[in-house]
Design a protein around this ligand. Structure first.
Ligand SMILES: Nc1ncnc2c1ncn2[C@@H]1O[C@H](COP(=O)(O)OP(=O)(O)OP(=O)(O)O)[C@@H](O)[C@H]1O
Ligand SMILES: [Mg+2]
Length: 248
């Protein structure tokens, strides 16, 4: 599929299969088209050419409620109504599961409680959203997506603003949930822990494969203008990447 705005191709001929249950990391420099790709996958933007199929059906033809039950997007700069409490905001994730009269069931409460616990926000449940820190807001939006119990989670820089404990905890959570996840990431160490990595540059796929196939010194130099090499640390769970700016 392709998507253009203001006369520019922001997503250009992307042809991609996302496999059930996998965690696919999406990397690329600022402006590469990562957020645009996630919005296309969520059905929030219609592709100019091509289409998105979800479980075999064109996304554009699925009914909205069905899509809302199946697909959750955590946007890069997610906002919510200032007057809501944390619990209210997470409850919004249950909206597609309520019946026509909007009746709330015990299982909805249980899903909200599970989601709050999963992001370690139970103690903050009654706080107004507006009083939260940047990282707490980010965790709340992830809790809302968790409460939605989707099959596909689209996460745009979910570790943005998070301290190191919560970065690792949120990524472990995403991997542990029974969902397919597509995750835009700037931290390449997090990309190393994904099942597969997609590298985008100017809206085009420049690499797709296992983390070690994609995160090579050659690709990282071309994509980000940095010298990088993998470092094996016997105490870490897998290799690390060391970086420095390319000398001009
Ligand atoms: N509605 C729009 N009209 C015109 N240009 C847009 C529009 N939306 C996004 N862009 C441009 O498209 C390009 C891709 O944007 P996108 O937000 O997808 O990048 P990104 O990879 O998510 O970047 P970042 O790492 O900074 O989040 C950018 O150059 C952006 O300025
Ligand atoms: Mg973005």
């Amino acid at each position: 599929m392709s998507f253009s705005a203001a006369g520019r191709r922001l997503v250009d001929g992307v042809d991609l299969d996302v496999f059930p249950g996998e965690t696919l990391g999406v990397i690329g420099p600022n402006g590469a088209g990562k957020s645009t790709l996630l919005r296309l996958l969520a059905g929030l933007l219609p592709p100019g050419q091509g289409e998105v199929r979800f479980e075999g059906s064109p996304l554009a033809r699925l009914n909205r409620r069905r899509v809302a039950r199946r697909i959750a997007l955590v946007a890069q700069q997610a906002e919510t109504d200032e007057r809501l409490t944390v619990r209210d905001a997470v409850e919004l994730g249950r909206t597609p599961w309520l019946d026509r009269l909007g009746r709330w069931r015990d299982e909805d409460t249980a899903a909200v409680d599970r989601a709050l616990a999963a992001v370690e926000m139970t103690a903050l449940a009654e706080r107004p959203w507006a009083s939260l820190s940047g990282g707490e807001r980010q965790r709340l939006h992830i809790a809302r997506a968790h409460a939605q119990e989707p099959r596909l989670m689209l996460l745009d820089e979910p570790t943005n603003h998070l301290d190191i404990h919560h970065q690792l905890a949120i990524l472990a959570l995403i991997r542990s949930l029974p969902v397919t996840a597509v995750v835009a990431l700037h931290d390449l160490h997090h990309a190393l822990r994904c099942d597969r990595v997609l590298a985008l540059h100017e809206g085009r796929v420049v690499a797709l494969g296992t983390p070690l196939e994609v995160l090579t010194p050659t690709l990282l130099r071309a994509l980000f203008g940095v010298e990088a090499h993998l470092v094996n640390d016997p105490d870490a769970d897998g290799p690390l990447i060391a970086f420095r700016l390319c000398p001009n």
